[in-house]
Design a protein around this ligand. Structure first.
Ligand code: MD6
Ligand code: FE
Length: 209
């Protein structure tokens, strides 16, 4: 267990919760998300099972993460527009790299930022991030706006997940032995956040290619 003034802590072998790591950047991050969403609007992707996801998503970076009837994958173009995803802002790239380094993963160079928007009632069921080509890079997840309960389990889906309260500015990093940990977000409670109203925004950085 590591701990410091800000309450950073290991939440497993290879997984760390960096409390408030992105607080100082939150307003600028939200502004950048608004600019990106003006170019590539949030949409509710449909899973291969045929259900629309309750979380609305868009992307920036070299590649974007997609779900559709054919499966889950990364694409260099947004199928909705046929155009490349907006470039990843330097602020995003630097923040993700700093957070990864703080959690013990130096040299993280994400090529995808999946942007998730949760309204009250939205949830993300337990899953593993396994559409990336190379699992040696960690996942960096930045929480903004409304608080949420992050479910963080083990490699086996039946491993009972911990429930971690995430606030605006909290960053979770998982890689190494935790890279295949199941994770998700519990049903979002209603509320009012200064920067985002009744929404939660999550930035998930990956090295997909
Ligand atoms: C979150 N999102 O929104 C975490 N993973 O806090 C994810 O873990 C995630 O939104 C894979 C694909 C889409 C996602
Ligand atoms: Fe995930």
């Amino acid at each position: 267990m590591t701990g410091d003034l800000f309450g950073d802590r290991a939440i497993g072998d290879g997984a760390m919760l960096l409390r408030g790591f992105a607080c100082g950047d939150a307003a600028a991050l939200i502004e950048a998300v608004s600019r990106i969403a003006a170019l590539v609007p949030f949409r509710h992707m449909v899973t291969p099972g045929g259900n629309a996801m309750s979380v609305a998503m868009t992307n920036c970076g070299t590649v974007g993460w997609l779900a559709d009837r054919r499966g889950y994958r990364y694409e260099v173009r947004d199928p909705a527009t046929g155009k490349p995803w907006p470039a990843m802002p330097g602020l995003f790239f630097r923040l993700a790299g700093k957070a990864a380094a703080a959690a013990g993963f130096a040299g993280f160079a994400p090529d995808c930022c999946l942007i998730n928007r949760y309204a009250p009632g939205a949830r993300l069921s337990l899953h593993q991030d396994k559409d990336e080509r190379d699992f040696s890079a960690p996942i960096v997840s930045v929480s903004l706006g409304l608080p949420a309960v992050f479910l963080f389990g083990g490699e086996r889906r039946r491993d009972r997940p911990r429930r971690l309260a995430l606030e605006c500015g909290d960053v979770v990093v998982w890689g190494g032995a935790a890279r295949m940990a199941h994770h998700g977000i519990a049903v979002l409670a209603d509320g009012e956040a200064p920067l985002t109203g009744n929404r939660r925004i999550n930035l998930t950085f990956r090295k997909a290619l």
